[in-house]
Design a protein around this ligand. Structure first.
Ligand code: C2E
Ligand code: CA
Ligand code: CA
Length: 654
């Protein structure tokens, strides 16, 4: 069979059909196919139809599925982006609302599109109330006077023209009367396709407050809120230089008496509350031209801008003292606290620091005179001060040049008047006058050279001891030591170094300390124990004049007690004093302490003391303080308790 030619009846058939015809063996449609060939052809065509049907179904199904999915996905997507956007916006608003800067976003039409809480507050509107409203209507409209701050007119021009506008530190008082400071800024931004801008209001009030607070702290005392020293002095100087030439002002230095006791007994919180209350009372007692400062600790200084005169100032000071004397309430307990005031009146050309100095001197006098009183600075005090300064200078020179001398007063045994020892007593002759130790010891303590003075006295005393020869023949030397000396750490070591260098054993020395000295410092016991370990004896001086006497006797490592002469001297005429001395002697015996009676001036006193069992006697009756040479000669006749001594006793009597 040959290939069909063109123009044959097969031409219009699909290639697939032609292929199927050929597969069934039909070469050309020019000849009719056999029934078998025709049936095979139909089967093939029907198969193809079935195939095409299935493909179409699959296709349709595919479309169906994917479009449903797409719809679903699309709606899901839509939903998500809407909530995400919303939460995104919420987050942004939260952030915006936490800032104290007021922010307002407007679009190109000057309509409000976003506003945070701070801005809403400045404009006195609800958050969101203004959405879509014209900013110009909000800022300058009907309700403009309800805003916290007035917005300047030229800001309106800037917003309308959409140009930058800034104004720093706008001050105003808001509805609550609060002083406020803000900065306002308008800036064009491209937040919207067609432009727009942001209005920002920055609050500086807090910052200004913080700055003001810092400034306040620099000028005031934190605890009481009173002025501090520096600010007070500045204000006083200012007031002094601006006052009328004829006017008079007063400055008062005030110190709470024994305030340390409050702290020690009730604790620092109690102390603080007393200081706060005291400050409050002082403040309330003053007028507008006066001011008060906490000078430090329990010291206050008051400046009274105008006084009629000295008497007037004195009266005011007395009133202040009375005001403070009212009981203080400390944690439910009532406490009375007194105060001392040193006062001075202004003079021409005087400065704050000069007034402070004078008032301080007067205060010192008020305290010395027994506290709880006013003392005024005057010409007497001024010359006293000058004299004291002069005296301090020459005492210092005398000490450093070794010009101090020492007098030695004998201590004898009561039963036979044999020599026990000497007390070293410092002597100072300034020019042609003899200054009593009570005066110059106090000066040396205050001026800070009591230690040097003590070393001079000890050096003289050690020299005398060596004159006596071997220790067994030498008397005990008693050295006075003040509270300031013993409370200085290292006192005992320095003392022992000096005695070692002189080759004098500790057993030949005794230190005399007053009750006051023992109570200066807790470290005193440590110092005393160092001395005692080296054999130095410890005597309690002026016993009976203090107030916590009895407990001291057990508390401190003592060897000997010196009964103050204020008990000894009147004991013959006053039975009460005699009873006190008797009790002291009994007590000391029980505690194993030796007793020395000071200031024995008469035979009668000696007899009485002997009968009471007193161990040692010191006083003009048995021997006055004397220079070293005389002390040596005096000792020669007393070295051995014998008939000779009793004869000497008779000599003394004569
Ligand atoms: P004090 O320790 O009580 O010394 C005894 C004082 O009584 C001495 O006075 C002495 O002269 C005096 N006196 C002694 N016997 C009698 C008497 O029978 N009748 C009277 N009316 N008085 C008598 P002075 O020498 O004026 O010393 C006064 C105070 O100065 C001493 O009192 C002592 O506390 C202190 N002092 C003296 N020298 C020193 C020293 O070197 N260092 C220290 N820290 N204080 C010293
Ligand atoms: Ca003494
Ligand atoms: Ca004494």
């Amino acid at each position: 069979m040959s290939a069909p030619e063109s123009g044959t009846p097969d031409d219009d058939l699909h290639a697939h059909v032609l292929r199927q015809l050929r597969r069934t063996g039909i070469e050309s449609l020019a000849e009719p196919p056999s029934p078998e060939q025709f049936r095979a052809l139909l089967r093939m065509v029907s198969h193809k139809y079935a195939e095409s049907d299935r493909d179409g179904y699959l296709n349709d199904r595919a479309w169906e599925i994917s479009s449903a999915e797409m719809t679903e996905l699309y709606s899901q997507l839509e939903e998500r982006s809407a909530t995400e956007l919303a939460s995104e916006r919420d987050r942004l608003r939260t952030v915006l609302n936490t800032t104290t800067t007021g922010l307002c976003l407007i679009d190109s039409q000057r309509l409000i599109r976003e506003m945070n809480a701070a801005a809403a507050k400045y404009l006195s509107v609800g958050l969101g109330d203004t959405y879509g409203m014209a900013i110009v209507d909000i800022l300058w409209g009907e309700r403009a006077d309800e805003h916290r701050l007035p917005f300047p007119e030229d800001l309106r021009d800037a917003i309308v023209a959409n140009r930058l506008w800034v104004e720093d530190f706008i001050q105003f008082v808001d509805a609550e009367g609060e002083q406020c400071t803000v900065s306002v800024l308008y800036s064009p931004v491209d937040a919207f396709r067609s432009g727009g801008g942001v209005l920002a209001i920055q609050d500086h009030t807090r910052q200004s407050l913080a700055e003001a607070n810092l400034e306040w702290r620099a000028r005031h005392d934190q605890l009481t809120g009173l002025l501090n020293r520096a600010e007070f002095s500045r204000l006083v100087d200012e007031s002094l230089s601006s006052g009328d030439p004829g006017s008079m002002s007063a400055l008062m230095f005030l110190d709470l008496d024994r305030f340390k006791n409050v702290n020690d007994t009730f604790g620092h919180d109690a102390g603080d509350s007393v200081l706060i209350e005291a400050a409050d009372r002082l403040q309330r007692s003053l007028s507008d031209s006066d001011f008060v400062c906490r000078f430090g600790g329990d010291e206050f200084v008051i400046f009274v801008g105008r006084v009629a005169g000295r008497v007037d100032a004195q009266r005011l000071a007395t009133r202040i003292i009375q005001l403070l004397r009212e009981p203080f309430n400390v944690f439910g307990a009532s406490m009375v606290i007194t105060a001392s005031i040193g006062m001075t009146i202004s003079e021409e050309d005087i400065t704050a620091s000069e007034m402070l100095r004078d008032a301080d001197i007067a205060l010192y006098q008020a305290k010395n005179a027994g506290r709880d009183r006013v003392s005024a600075f005057g010409s007497q005090l001024r010359s006293n001060v000058r004299e004291r300064v002069q005296m301090e200078r020459s005492l210092r020179t005398a000490v450093s040049r070794g010009e101090l001398t020492v007098a030695y007063q004998p201590l004898v045994r009561a039963h036979d008047l044999s020599l026990f020892g000497f007390e070293a007593l410092a002597r100072w002759q300034e020019g042609d006058r003899i200054v009593p130790p009570a005066t110059f010891i106090a000066i040396a303590e205050e001026a800070g050279f009591i230690a040097e003075l003590g070393e001079v006295v000890l050096a003289h005393s050690l020299e005398l001891i060596r004159e006596f020869g071997p220790p067994e023949d030498a008397p005990v030397l008693a050295i006075n030591v003040s509270g300031l000396q013993i409370s200085r750490p290292g006192f005992s070591r320095r003392f022992l170094r000096q005695t070692d260098r002189a080759g004098v054993p500790g057993t030949q020395l005794c230190v005399e300390l007053t009750e006051q000295a023992l109570l200066t410092d807790t470290a005193v016991i440590t110092e005393l124990n160092i001395l005692k370990d080296a054999g130095v004896a410890v005597a309690l001086d002026d016993f009976g004049t203090g107030w916590s006497s009895l407990s001291l006797l057990q508390q401190f490592p003592l060897d000997r007690v010196k009964v103050d002469r204020s008990f000894v001297q009147p004991m013959i005429t006053n039975s009460q004093d005699a009873a006190i001395v008797a009790a002291i002697i009994r007590l000391c015996r029980t505690l194993g302490l030796e007793v020395v009676a000071e200031g024995v001036e008469e035979r009668g006193q000696l007899d009485l003391l002997r009968s009471l069992g007193c161990d040692l006697i010191q006083g003009y009756y048995t021997g006055r303080p004397m220079v070293a040479d005389k002390a040596l000669r005096w000792a020669e006749g007393r070295a051995v308790p014998s008939q000779r001594v009793l004869a000497a006793d008779r000599d003394v009597l004569r």
